[in-house]
Design a protein around this ligand. Sequence first.
Ligand code: KG4
Ligand code: ZN
Length: 336
Amino acid sequence: MTSERITILAIESSCDDTSVSILRDGTILSNCTATQEVHKTYGGVIPELASREHDANIIPVVDAALKQSGVLKEDLSAVAVTCGPGLLGSLMVGVSFAKAYALSLDIPLIDVHHMQAHVAAHYIADEKPQFPFLCLTVSGGHTQIVLVEDFLSMTVLGSTLDDAAGEAFDKAGKMMGLPYPAGPEIDRLAARGRPIFSFSKAKVDGLNFSFSGLKTAFRYFLRDEVANDESFIENNLPDICCSLQTNIVETLLGQLSVAAENHDINHIGIAGGVAANSHLRSQLKELASEKSWKVYIPKFSYCTDNAAMIAMVAYLKYPSKAFADQGLKPQARLQW
Ligand code: KG4
Ligand code: ZN
């Protein structure tokens, strides 16, 4: 008799990406994502529009992921879904679909915590981090430092008290007239700039973060400079972007260094969309050689919101039969 193969279909719909992945025995066979362009016009994610787009995208993306993997739906062992945290309407589409799909195939349903999944993106790579490691998860919706002692044994050491790091990039970008999401554009412009403008950094307790003060300081800085020179932004864009990026990256790495020291850990991972930032990556490399850290960064498609990381958590939960039932409800705010 052959041992059971574990084949999982996973769905991620917590924000503005509809993503579906097929995993078999720990290997990702497909990871298909429909990115929503509609929000670009508005300079940020509009929750109601996001829900409608998920609704339109979910069936085609499920079909594409199955087709790309070569797996038949009859061969699935379980359906996994992000149940929170995230936008309630967006989560609702994924959770409702997953419940119906699991029921119709008569297979288990596995609920996955979105933030735990961002950390689990590290387990997809061939070279997995050594435990214990610290993971700095930085995206448009989250900023956390997580202590990871085993695959699913994680403790949040610090989180943002207000805006996320990606949100700080995006909101500051909007003030400068850059398109949403502004993070990649700020990164690109900053490469030609110098960090000549300084903004204050928030003082927060412990290993937490706060970026709303930076947002306000940045708004007043632009207001005052533009009052003196109405072309200030267009004439100084690279320097403004570089100064802003330097401030955010210093804050992130400052707290990460304290966490590493406090917990005596030198295996460090980063995850989330902001992990693509070139300054964050280069500064992290410098810190790594200075402090003898071993650094892990998942492939970019596994850093941004994706269903492969959801599938990975579900695969790790599957043996313990930690299944959800049809009463599963999406939760916008979900503790670990
Ligand atoms: O993980 P993600 O795709 O979605 C969320 O869960 O939010 O992250 C998107 C965020 C956006 O805020 C975007 O501006 C930011 O990641 N981002 C960047 C860069 N690439 C994406 N921020 C700074 N530099 C980048 N290169
Ligand atoms: Zn995310």
